[in-house]
Write a protein of this length. Structure first.
Length: 136
């Protein structure tokens, strides 16, 4: 942005979602773009425009990448937070009672130790990242 003007650097004009795109999130290393819609989450290569992954998910309204860019969190219309494993192309965890209304926003904490979600239920909730080893 120079002198108060903006320029479009690039666009992904390829067919993808079958419904409105509700959120986008760029990975911390700029190599992947996440987009959410009514029944799917897609991962794109922002440089080539290629769709890398399609994941069946809830009605995604908000999204954020987890540290390391291997997982993402999707905030859904029905108040869930869904954890998506990008490599497996699937929702691996769903926090069913995260909110009682649509999750309109998710933002990372400045120190990347967690994130904050905002909802139509008029609440803001703070969440911490917890490393799971998959054991026990």
């Amino acid at each position: 942005m120079q002198d108060g003007t903006t320029n479009k650097a690039s666009a992904l004009d390829l067919a993808g979602h079958r419904a409105d795109i509700r959120s986008v999130a760029l990975s911390s290393d700029d190599t992947m773009l996440l987009s959410t819609s009514s029944n799917s989450t897609k991962v794109w290569n922002p440089r080539t425009g290629a769709c890398l992954r399609t994941v069946e998910s809830g009605y995604g309204l908000s999204s954020i990448w987890a540290p390391g860019n291997r997982h993402a969190v999707i905030g859904t219309k029905d108040g869930k937070l869904q954890i998506v494993d990008i490599g497996l192309s699937m929702v691996t965890e769903s926090i069913e009672d995260a909110h009682t209304g649509a999750v309109w926003s998710i933002v990372s904490l400045p120190d990347r130790s967690g994130f904050v979600s905002g909802s139509a239920d008029k609440t803001v909730k703070f969440w911490e990242w917890v490393l799971s080893t998959g054991e026990g």
